[in-house]
Unconditional design. Structure first.
Length: 144
């Protein structure tokens, strides 16, 4: 396993532990390679350990990516859109850009090679929910 793949796997394991995913052997939260509660070494198969963090991260990529679009477009066209930092163009460009940056950082951590369908479906659901949120007029911030 390459150095970058090992780092990604460790990152996914940390996310799995944070989500409380159980060890497949003892069903207790365990860290890979360490002795778990039942006095055995946890194996954490890559599929089980990586699918849920992949789904969560892909969902967040969809949410943050879709959230960035209306803010960024309104900002670069000089329009006004409800935003926590203000409704004018510059706060919206910054909010849209920040959403794209966060989505990109989450996307970098996704294990899409091992879970391509989970990645796509979760991302699409996140984008759809954020789109419906904006379409319903529920955007945060002061209304223009």
């Amino acid at each position: 396993m390459g150095k970058s793949m090992a780092g990604r796997l460790r990152s996914q394991m940390r996310i799995g532990l944070a989500l409380g995913l159980p060890c497949p052997q003892c069903r207790q939260p365990c860290q890979p390679g360490l002795v778990c509660g039942e006095q055995h070494v946890s194996t954490w198969p890559e599929d089980e350990a990586g699918m849920w963090p992949t789904a969560l991260l892909a969902f967040l990529v969809g949410v943050f990516g879709a959230n960035g679009v209306p803010h960024f477009v309104s900002g670069i066209t000089g329009g006004s859109y409800p935003c926590v930092f203000g409704n004018s163009a510059i706060p919206n460009v910054i909010a849209g850009w920040a959403s794209f940056v966060v989505a990109t950082l989450f996307a970098y951590q996704i294990d899409s090679a091992n879970h391509p369908v989970v990645t796509l479906v979760s991302g699409f659901i996140g984008a759809l929910l954020m789109g419906l949120f904006h379409a319903a007029g529920l955007a945060f911030g002061r209304k223009p």
